[in-house]
Design a protein around this ligand. Structure first.
Ligand SMILES: O=C(O)CCC(=O)C(=O)O
Ligand SMILES: [Fe+2]
Length: 383
C-alpha cells in the first residue's frame, strides 16, 4: 500500500474539520486523478480527524431541508400517539423510545441520555435462515415507521434511500484513498444493495438544570455502549459519583453534567448527519496536538464521521473519534437524523493484510459485523 509507510505515526495538527468536495466521485466521467485526489483527502481526514464535511455531493436541498421540521412536528405529537410505535424486543428493537430510555455505558455503569428517538434499521425478513452456527438476529424485522405523520414518513424513507447512496459513494472514495479497488467495500462487505444501515431520528430537549431530576427511570432498552470512554472534560470525572441500583445489578452513574447523548464511538463504517447538525456535537480530538476543534456547519455540507469497523479493517489506521451531544441552548430543542452506513450484516471484518507488518501486527481479531452491532444494541436489555 504505497504512501502509508509512516501512516500510523501521523500527528497532523487540525483546528477545524476538513471540508471535502466529492464531486469527482459523483460526476459521470471523472478523471482517475481527480478521484484519487478526493480519495487521498478522505483518508487523510479519517486518519487525522475522524470527522469531515462533504460538499459537491449533488443532493438536492429539498431532500434534507424540510425533514427536520417534520421530525420536530412528529415529536410534538402526544406521548400516547408516539407510543403507538413503542420499541421493545417484540418490535425487533425498532421504534420509539422516550426520554431516558437510551443509555450510554461506561466501565462500571451507565448514564441515561436526555433524548427521545425513533430507531430504524435496514428491514430484514426475520425468517431468513441464520448462517451456520448463528442464531437468527433479534434485530431482524420491519421498522415501525412514523406513519402518524404521513408527510414525515414519506420524506424519511426518501432521505434514507439517498443516504445509502451517499454512504456507498464516500466509501468508494475511501477505498480509492487506501489504494484498494474502488468496490472493495461493496458486495459481501457493504455496498448499496448489501450494506446494513441504522438510522435514528432524535429529539434533544433543553437539558435539565443541575439538581433537577434525571430522566424518568424506565427500563433502558438501547445503548450507546462505549466500553471505557473517559468523560471528555476532566472536571466531569471529578464530579462523577456512583449510585447503586441493586435491583438492576448495574450502577447508574450520576455526574454533574447531564448529557444529551453520552460519549461514544459509532459502530460501523460511516455516519452521515444533515448539513448544519453539528451545532451541539462535540468531538474529542484524536491527537494531543489538537486541543480544540471548530465545527463550522454549513447549509450544504453533510458532516461525516467514521466508525469501529473501519478501524478493524484498516488495522487501526482510520480510528473513530469519540463524540457526544450536549444541547447547551436552554431555550431550544434540537432534532437530528444521523444515518449509519454499515458493513453487510454477515461481513467478517478483519485487518487487511496490506496494513499489517512485523512492526505493526494485526491489532484486532476478525469480527462478524452483526455480532458487533447486536453486542451494542442488546447489551443492556436486561437493565
Ligand atoms: O445527534 C447527532 O447529531 C449525533 C448523535 C450521535 O452521535 C449518534 O447517534 O451516534
Ligand atoms: Fe455517534
Amino acid at each position: 500500500m504505497p504512501g502509508f509507510a509512516n501512516a500510523f505515526d501521523s500527528d497532523r495538527n487540525f483546528t477545524s474539520l476538513p471540508i471535502i468536495d466529492i464531486k469527482a466521485l459523483v460526476e459521470r466521467a471523472p478523471t482517475p486523478e481527480a478521484k484519487a485526489q478526493v480519495g487521498a483527502e478522505l483518508v487523510a481526514a479519517c486518519r487525522d480527524v475522524g470527522f469531515f464535511y462533504v460538499t459537491g455531493h449533488g443532493i438536492a436541498e429539498e431532500t434534507y431541508q424540510g425533514i427536520l421540521q417534520l421530525a420536530r412536528a412528529w415529536f410534538q405529537l402526544p406521548e400516547d400517539v408516539k407510543k403507538q410505535i413503542d420499541i421493545g424486543p417484540q418490535t425487533h428493537f425498532r421504534g420509539y423510545q422516550g426520554l431516558g430510555a437510551n443509555v450510554t455505558r461506561y466501565d462500571g455503569g451507565f448514564q441515561r441520555d436526555w433524548h427521545e428517538a425513533i430507531d430504524l434499521y435496514k428491514e430484514v425478513d426475520p425468517s431468513t435462515p441464520a448462517p451456520a452456527g448463528k442464531r437468527q438476529s433479534p434485530i431482524h424485522g420491519s421498522n415501525q415507521w412514523p406513519s402518524q405523520l404521513p408527510a414525515f414518513d414519506r420524506a424519511l424513507r426518501g432521505y434514507l434511500d439517498t443516504m445509502l447512496y451517499l454512504g456507498s459513494t464516500i466509501m468508494r472514495g475511501i477505498a480509492i484513498g487506501l489504494g484498494l479497488a474502488e468496490d472493495f467495500f461493496e458486495g459481501e462487505r457493504a455496498g448499496v444493495d448489501t450494506a446494513y444501515w441504522v438510522a435514528r431520528v432524535i429529539h434533544y430537549p433543553p437539558l435539565p438544570k443541575n439538581g433537577q431530576s434525571s430522566p424518568a427511570a424506565r427500563p433502558a432498552i438501547s445503548s450507546k455502549a462505549a466500553h471505557s470512554h473517559q468523560p471528555l472534560e476532566s472536571g466531569e470525572a471529578d464530579a462523577a459519583s456512583i449510585e447503586q441500583q441493586p435491583s438492576e445489578g448495574l450502577t447508574e452513574i450520576s455526574r454533574s453534567v447531564q448529557l444529551s447523548c453520552g460519549e461514544h464511538s459509532d459502530y460501523g463504517l460511516l455516519t452521515i448527519g444533515q448539513p448544519g447538525r453539528t451545532a451541539y456535537l462535540r468531538c474529542k480530538p484524536k491527537t494531543a496536538r489538537a486541543n480544540g476543534c471548530q465545527l463550522t456547519p454549513s447549509r450544504a455540507a453533510f458532516v461525516c464521521n467514521i466508525g469501529d469497523m473501519l478501524k478493524v479493517w484498516t488495522n487501526g489506521l482510520l480510528q473513530p473519534t469519540v463524540h457526544r451531544v450536549l444541547n447547551t441552548d436552554p431555550s431550544r430543542s434540537r432534532v437530528s437524523i444521523p444515518f449509519f452506513y454499515e458493513p453487510a450484516y454477515e461481513a467478517i471484518v478483519e485487518p487487511l493484510p496490506q496494513l499489517c507488518s512485523a512492526q505493526h501486527p494485526a491489532q484486532h481479531a476478525a469480527i462478524r459485523y452483526g455480532d458487533h452491532l447486536e453486542g451494542k444494541v442488546l447489551n443492556n436489555f436486561e437493565l
